[in-house]
Design a protein around this ligand. Structure first.
Ligand code: DGT
Ligand code: CA
Ligand code: CA
Ligand code: ZN
Length: 575
């Protein structure tokens, strides 16, 4: 069985290469692929078992794409994709990650300047060749140069954004877990810790028969190269150059292996020292006293023997978590089951939303939420935003819909857009009509830090603002966030009582874990939100929570774990 994640990976690659081929990411064919991807993302079953006709019944999936999916399922490859891959080698495609370098520009500089790699691009920038091309100019050239610098795209130890690595890891783990005789297949390493970028993927498989797992990995269609193979470990490279290490362990040792391969290395070293202090030995096979095995099957058992609670993977960085857990000063970290609502949430009322209000609210109700803020974009965001009239009509729909969900409080909200000088949409009175607002930066990312800082302070001074959304506006590995004076902004939040959003989208994870830890220390109230634009986005809450844990946030710090009554009081506290 082929996982949906793998199929989505193939479609995403096709979309990217076709955009390059067409010289536009807006081309009709590209959009068709994007619609199909969105449809499959929202499809609950496994796509690989469907006929072409059945696939076509999925929203957004047309006949030709369904045929390509079927071709992939049946043969393990797609002829069109192979052709495009031959035409556009990975080193060239990689350049699409540079902000300011879209398919059109890339096609142009390849044709005119023969640019095939990052080194070619840097050389062309050095000799100021880009600015001579039609439609580019000096500003664009300088912007591209700065992006390369800030994204750290150079160098051999390039790391992969977690949003890219996660579907690959999840897809592979699901497939390995489905092999006969496999008890579990779990992504470990930095991915399990929710690091922002991933050096390589580590998957731990619990099975008695290692050989068939190794075979499955080595012959996996995602493997373009096998870089290591042994009896219990196989390492492959995926097409994008990302390495995956798969290790097979005995099911009775799964806990010890997971603990070891989750790391971090520094956390492991500190744990091992704790074992040594007790006269014991801790390794990837278990916790031992001499020959005697003390614990191995479960991570929690090993922690327990070391007089520690089970620490969530996301805080295993040896940044004081072991000491804090040992002396009882570790905060009571927030967990997913404590979350009572989502506070950054779009429907297709927003131009970029993809599910209806009814679908989005039903999905939230399915998760058992007791409150939910619908935060469509404000009018300042061209195309995506709603006018006053549209907003008021939307409010009626929300109120009406709420009668169907008596157990849930639906809040009429808005995602306000913070202008370059800190201005917000509508006017002060209109803004106060909203039950909840999150204010976010969506443009002017290159202003100096002082300007960005006062921009945010100005926005949070508005009494209608409840939270600041995706603080820096970064896309991990694609767009550096705005520069700002973090301490000043956190102090502003603490004083004003405006909450800091932890955005659970994997390519954002914004505020970062580091900023979150500072926010907790500064007494800032947090909210964890998904920024959902589609019903399939609600699962981001798990990432948001893990990132909050990574920032040492307790449930008490997170407003959307509070009771409905307390939360509703909070929404009105600044008005
Ligand atoms: P990455 O891949 O650079 O994003 O980071 P990790 O943490 O995934 O590191 P990786 O892939 O080198 O190793 C996976 C885990 O295996 C690591 O988190 C801890 C464990 N590990 C690897 N090498 C050592 C080692 O030499 N000593 C100890 N104690 N643990 C190790
Ligand atoms: Ca790793
Ligand atoms: Ca590794
Ligand atoms: Zn949003």
């Amino acid at each position: 069985m082929i996982s949906n994640a793998r199929i989505l990976g193939v479609l995403a690659e096709l979309a990217k290469l076709i955009a390059l081929d067409e010289g536009s990411s807006q081309a009709f064919k590209v959009r068709a692929y994007e619609n199909a991807i969105h449809g499959i993302e929202g499809y609950p079953g496994n796509v690989s078992i469907l006929t072409v006709k059945e696939m076509e019944a999925i929203k957004g999936v047309g006949g030709s794409i369904a045929t390509r999916v079927k071709e992939f399922v049946d043969t393990g490859s797609v002829k069109k994709l192979d052709e495009l891959r031959a035409k556009y080698p990975p080193a060239l495609v990689e350049l699409l990650k540079v902000p300011g370098l879209g398919p059109k520009t890339l096609k142009l500089i390849r044709a005119e300047l023969g640019i095939e790699t990052l080194d070619d691009l840097k050389a062309a920038i050095d000799r100021q060749a880009l600015r001579e091309l039609p439609g580019l100019g000096r500003t664009t050239e300088e912007k591209i140069a700065k992006s390369i610098e800030r994204l750290g795209l150079h160098g051999k130890d390039r790391r992969t954004p977690i949003a890219e690595a996660m579907p690959i890891a999840a897809g592979l783990a699901t497939e390995l877990a489905a092999l006969p005789g496999v008890e579990a297949a779990i992504p470990a390493g930095s991915l399990r810790r929710l690091a922002e970028t991933i050096g390589d993927i580590d998957i731990v498989v619990a099975a008695d028969d290692a050989q068939q797992v190794m075979q499955a990995v080595a012959t996996h269609p995602a493997a373009t190269e096998i870089v290591g193979s042994g009896e219990t470990k196989t390492s492959i490279l995926t097409r994008s150059g990302l390495q995956v290490d798969v290790r097979v362990v005995a099911p009775s040792q799964l806990g010890a292996a997971l603990l070891y391969f989750t790391g971090s290395k520094a956390h492991n070293v500190a744990l091992r020292q704790r074992a040594i202090d007790r006269g014991w030995l801790l390794n990837e096979y278990g916790l031992f006293e001499g020959e005697e095995l003390l614990a191995a099957a479960d991570e929690s058992e090993i922690y327990q023997r070391l007089d520690l609670p089970l620490l969530p993977p996301s805080i295993r960085e040896n940044q004081g978590e072991i000491e804090a857990a040992a002396n009882g000063s570790l905060p009571d970290l927030v967990s997913l089951d404590q979350v009572k609502g989502d506070l950054h949430f779009h429907s297709d009322q927003s131009g970029d939303g993809r599910s209806s209000l009814e679908e989005m609210v039903a999905a939230a109700a399915d998760r058992g939420y007791t409150y939910l803020a619908i935060t469509e974009h404000g009018e300042d965001l061209a195309i995506n935003g709603s006018s006053r009239e549209q907003m008021l009509a939307h409010r009626d729909r929300i109120r009406e819909l709420n009668t169907k969900y008596p157990e849930m409080s639906l809040l009429f909200g808005c995602e306000l857009n913070i202008g370059p000088q800190g201005s917000l949409d509508y006017d002060p009175e209109f803004r106060l009509l909203f039950d909840w607002t999150v204010a976010s930066v969506h443009s002017h990312f290159d202003l100096p830090a002082e300007v960005q800082t006062s921009r945010l302070l100005k926005a949070m001074a508005d009494p209608a603002v409840n939270a600041i959304g995706h603080l820096t506006g970064r896309y991990i590995g694609r767009r550096p966030g705005i520069e700002l004076d973090v301490d000043t902004v956190l102090e502003g939040l603490a004083v004003s009582g405006v909450a800091l959003e932890l955005n659970g989208a994997l390519d954002r994870l914004d505020a970062s874990a580091k900023v979150t830890r500072g926010a907790v220390a500064a007494g800032v109230t947090l909210v964890i939100s998904t920024d959902s634009h589609h019903t399939s986005d609600l699962r981001r809450m798990a990432y948001g929570v893990a990132n909050a844990q990574r920032g040492w946030a307790a449930a008490a710090d997170v407003a959307n774990t509070w009771s409905t009554e307390r939360f509703l009081d909070f929404t009105r506290s600044r008005r």
